[in-house]
Every structure is written in structure tokens, then in C-alpha cells.
Ligand binder design. Structure first.
Ligand code: GSH
Length: 215
């Protein structure tokens, strides 16, 4: 039995999605980041970074969304969230997850948490720079999906697509959200129509996205 420490709409979303895709029994434990519960001493013992997600199975604690996603995807090959180990596609799948974590998710941290750059609010030039960096990542991903999509691994869906879709959702209130890039939007439409996405959205009860999507 898995216990997922989560907060609606955050990085825990992709782990919630993976558990649903796999069909693994799990319980959800809310860590209310509005109430700063991620900094409670008891939670910090599980996740010293004071962030969600944290996944507990038996007496083992796992942190870092990308690492947890890869672990779950590989542990349940029957769920087909990852290509067969040690194939070229497997290495490409890992490459995408690490790239999304390192380039995109890390940049979002600076976007959503100006204090990590030493600001209470971003000065305009920093705001612009972060928007430009995220926009360039959308350009690259869109070009890749346009040429080789509809999924990151071509015709084959994988958990990297779940991860990318969660990260694209985070752009919804940015001046130019990911939905404006055609091949990114095509991927979004494929992922948000999966049963896992619909169930996750109902349980987490966050705003419907994209706006015109009937969940
Ligand atoms: N690298 C971490 C980052 C997780 C992360 O940034 N979580 C955010 C929500 S999306 C969080 O817990 N924020 C609360 C905080 O930083 O205080 C991971 O991928 O697990």
C-alpha cells in the first residue's frame, strides 16, 4: 500500500496520476501548503526539503517527483508507463524526465517562489527572463512533438507525457500558456482525456483545465 503525501495541483499530481494509471492501492494524505504544513517538523522528517510529493511504501520513504515517477513506472511494466529497460526508447524516456525536471520544473520553482532568488516579488526583468526561458522550452518541446509526436516517445504514450502535461498546466495563468503551442496542445488533449487524468482532477478538485475541457 502506498501513501502519497500530496497537495492538490502541485508536483504530487504526477505521482497521483501514475498510481491511478498503475491501479496501485494507495491512500492520499493532504499536506496543505496554504497552511505551510510542508514545513511541519513531523513532515520534514519524511521530506527534509519541505515540499510535496513524498511517497511512503512499507517503511521506505521516497522523495523527488521525477525519481518517484521513474521508480513507479519501472516497477509496474504491465502499466506500460515506460519502455522496456535498456532499450533505446527507455534511455530516451529517462532523458525526457530528467530534462523536464532539471530545465522546466526547476525554472518553475523560480517563477512560483521568488524568495528562492532573494525577492519578495520578481522585478520586471527577472519575470521577463523566466517567461522567456519557459517560452523557449515550449518552443523546443513543440518542435519535437510536431516532428516526432504526438507523444514525447512518438506514437507511444509514457509517464513522461503525464509529467509534461502537469508542468504545462502550471503555465495556465502565465501571459502565454503552453496551450498556445499547437503540438503541445495536441498532447494536452490526449492526456486530459485519459481516465487517470479525469479521476485525479475529480479527487484533487482543482480548476478544470484547459478551460474548455469538460472533466
Ligand atoms: N524537486 C521537488 C520539488 C517539489 C516542489 O517544488 N513542490 C512544491 C509544490 S509544486 C512545494 O511543495 N512547495 C511548497 C514549498 O516549497 O514550500 C520534486 O520534484 O519533488
Amino acid at each position: 500500500m502506498y501513501t502519497l503525501f500530496y497537495s492538490p495541483g502541485t508536483a504530487s499530481m504526477v505521482i497521483h496520476l501514475a498510481l491511478l494509471e498503475i491501479g496501485a492501492p494507495h491512500v492520499l494524505k493532504l499536506v496543505d501548503i496554504e497552511q505551510n504544513q510542508q514545513k511541519d517538523p513531523a513532515y520534514l522528517k519524511l521530506n527534509p526539503n519541505g515540499v510535496v510529493p513524498t511517497l511512503v511504501v512499507d517503511d521506505q520513504v521516497y522523495i523527488e517527483s521525477a525519481a518517484i515517477l521513474m521508480m513507479l513506472s519501472e516497477k509496474y511494466p504491465e502499466a506500460a508507463l515506460a519502455p522496456a529497460v535498456n532499450t533505446a526508447d527507455y534511455h530516451r524516456w529517462r532523458q525526457w524526465i530528467i530534462s523536464l525536471s532539471h530545465n522546466l520544473q526547476a525554472t518553475y520553482r523560480f517563477w512560483f517562489y521568488p524568495q528562492e532568488l532573494g525577492y519578495t516579488e520578481h522585478p520586471e526583468h527577472v519575470r521577463q527572463a523566466l517567461q522567456t526561458r519557459i517560452g523557449k522550452i515550449w518552443d523546443q518541446l513543440d518542435a519535437h512533438l510536431h516532428a516526432h509526436g504526438p507523444y514525447l516517445l512518438g506514437d507511444t504514450f509514457s509517464s513522461a507525457d503525464l509529467y509534461l502535461t502537469m508542468l504545462m498546466r502550471w503555465s495556465r495563468n502565465m501571459p502565454r500558456p503552453a496551450t498556445e503551442w499547437p503540438a503541445l496542445n495536441r498532447l494536452i488533449q490526449l492526456v486530459v482525456h485519459r481516465p487517470s487524468w479525469k479521476t485525479m482532477m475529480q479527487i484533487e478538485a482543482v480548476d478544470a483545465w484547459p478551460k474548455d475541457n469538460q472533466q
